[in-house]
Design a protein around this ligand. Structure first.
Ligand SMILES: *Cc1c(COP(=O)(O)O)cnc(C)c1O
Length: 410
């Protein structure tokens, strides 16, 4: 009766499929001993910037480095306040802090899980004042200028960039995208009447190529994308000890380079990213059809008509989430929670003084979300089992509620 396990994410199959191709990258690196920098890096950068539709891509060591470098080079200064959401991976706020700024939070839209532009506006109008001489916005409690916003395209779904850009323009804020979960996601700009790729909409954007991302390295890697020549030049220096040329340091930088083997691997995989994303989208369509056919139309994630998400994660919501997770585990079905504890309630941010109730949408959602199996080679049979297990669990817990209600009245 023990059914075979369905992984939450199958990272093994695609690597088996590409094994020869990936091994060649390693061979080539051994032949030339070009392990850091060189043409493997620049070739990948060129190809990824083409994929995103940006002038530049600068490979760096991780997504966290990418957030930090993008913010510093876009113009965020130590002492600034940078807005983002509390329902993201901590790397978003680590990047902000490492740029010397203070992260602060605004709540999200319950349907998209992404930043609610109205909450940004409310934050700026209620908690901030505009300095009469500089025209800058100051957070009154912190006594610091608010200079940037980092929308996160969470789960591979683009944030509502038109509305964010409009508010940012009005208040003089920079927009830097956290596109670490959104390689290839598209957003329809109603203002410009054109589809745009994640990573091509802010002053700069951060990508992570952590192995589990839609485009993943066989190790650590990240990139900054931008259309701004000056930002690109500055990121190239920052990632490489502030060098303008070898041993000429115009500034202190970091050791934040993308290594050649990872770049070569990413280049080989990038050729498949389009088809992988399409397979994820098809799997999402199948989940939707399966849920809809079984009276479960409340489960499939919301897809605004201005969004082509790439389903880095497929997230549904249920009230009794922890029991469902136990049930899925019993049935050998992988699942996850992204993320169980909102950042404003993390120990690391105790000093911010936030408490339960401060970001009600994020908190409510955090207690209900479940990430279901989602990866390019997920099969319809596997999905049928996942959906059946969930619907069976839901109908049983409804019966239990009815039973316990009737036993109380009896
Ligand atoms: C993965 C991720 C990052 C950071 O990436 P690393 O490569 O692990 O440093 C940043 N933000 C978000 C939203 C992520 O999912």
């Amino acid at each position: 009766m023990n059914s075979p396990s369905i992984p939450f994410l199958d990272l093994i199959t695609p690597h088996r499929q590409l094994k020869d191709e990936l091994a060649k990258v390693f061979d080539r690196a051994l032949e030339t001993a070009g392990f850091v920098g060189g043409s493997m890096v620049t070739d990948f950068e060129q190809e990824f910037s083409r994929f995103c539709g940006t002038r530049h891509c600068i490979g760096v060591g991780s997504g966290t480095d990418a957030v930090r470098f993008a913010l510093i080079t876009a113009g965020v200064k130590p002492g600034d306040v940078v807005l983002t959401v509390p329902n993201t991976f901590i790397a978003t706020t680590e990047g902000i802090s490492q740029a010397g700024a203070t992260p602060d939070f605004v709540d999200v839209d319950e349907r998209t899980y992404n930043v609610d532009p109205q909450q940004i506006l409310k934050y700026l109008q209620v908690r901030c004042s505009v300095d009469g001489t500089t025209g800058r916005v100051y957070n009154r409690r912190l006594g610091k200028p608010v200079t940037a916003v980092v929308p996160v395209h969470l789960y591979g779904q683009p944030a509502d960039m038109d509305s964010i850009a409009e508010i940012a323009d009005r208040f003089g804020l920079l927009v830097v995208e956290d596109a670490c979960q959104a390689h290839g996601a598209e957003y329809y700009s109603r203002k410009e009447k054109v589809w745009k790729k994640a990573g091509a909409m802010g002053r700069a954007a951060a990508f992570s190529f952590y192995p589990g991302k839609n485009l993943g390295a066989c190790g650590e890697a990240g990139a900054v994308t931008t259309n701004d020549d000056e930002i690109a030049r500055h990121v190239r220096m920052l990632r490489d000890h502030g060098q303008s040329r070898k041993y000429y340091h115009d500034m202190e930088g970091y050791n934040g380079r993308l290594d050649a083997i990872q770049a070569g691997i990413l280049h080989a995989k990038l050729a498949h990213l389009g088809e992988w994303n399409e397979s994820r989208r098809q799997a999402a369509v199948r989940y939707r059809e399966m849920f809809n056919a079984a009276n479960g139309s409340e489960f499939p994630p919301y897809e605004p008509d201005w969004s082509k998400p790439v389903y880095h994660l497929y997230v549904i919501r249920v009230r009794d989430r922890d029991s469902l997770l136990r049930r899925l585990a019993e049935e050998n079905i992988g699942a996850g929670i992204h993320y169980p504890v909102p950042l404003h309630l993390q120990k690391a941010y105790d000093s911010f003084g936030y408490k339960s109730g401060d970001f009600p949408v994020t908190e409510k959602v955090a207690s209900e979300i479940v990430s279901l199996p989602m990866f390019p080679n997920l099969s319809a049979e596997q999905q049928t089992r996942v959906v059946r297990a969930i619907l069976r669990f839901i109908s049983e817990s409804r019966e239990q509620t009815v039973l316990s209600a009737s036993s109380r009245t009896a």
